[in-house]
Design a protein around this ligand. Sequence first.
Ligand SMILES: *Cc1c(COP(=O)(O)O)cnc(C)c1O
Length: 237
Amino acid sequence: MVKSMIKENLEKVEKKIQAALQKANREEKEIILIAVSKTKPISLLQEAYKLGIRDFGENKVQEFVEKYEQMSNPEIRWHFIGHLQTNKVKYIIDKVYLIHSVDSYKLACEISKEAVKHKKEVPILIQVNVSMEESKFGVSPEEAEEFLRKIAKLPGITVQGLMTIAPYTENGESNRHYFQKLNQLSVDIKRKNIDNISMGILSMGMTGDYETAIEEGATYVRVGTGIFGIRDYSERK
Ligand SMILES: *Cc1c(COP(=O)(O)O)cnc(C)c1O
């Protein structure tokens, strides 16, 4: 067993978050760090929990449910951050704190249906493909408003803001304009005062670019590698 580096990693990430907040003249309470624990064993999540992490992000339904069941500490907030298939919504609906990745009307309808069934109000974010990479899910910035107006009417869900996955980078600066674009989109939508739509959350920034994202207004950053180390997909079942 390799000695875990999580404590050291977390300290580094937290220091960089502080520096970015300071640079942007923002306050600490405005940002929440989500530890993206996909592919990582429960023991590492538990270690992060002991170090104060309460927000965990997963992107696969089965793994999400397995980890939820092994760590059902009520203080933990489980974020679903991956592409979600409509037929799997039912498995996470009563467990998830926030779904970051709503990218189609069909998915929004399914979440709404399951939420109503469970008598829940489920908070969601709309995933926007600001970089327009073909490989990425999400609605285009141009169609975001119309999309929001359509799903605003669905019962059982409340839109809390926007999320984006910027292109992979190790140099945050190269993604700055995408974060600015998402922030501007959120400001524009907020001005329209659409019923049942709030724009309080901006989920953007990963290991390679979270400091830039914070400077550009992120309220959630999703950091995996920077906390848990690189992911090894080779041993997965
Ligand atoms: C994996 C993943 C992350 C974390 O990526 P790192 O580069 O390891 O920090 C963040 N957001 C989403 C949606 C992811 O799938």
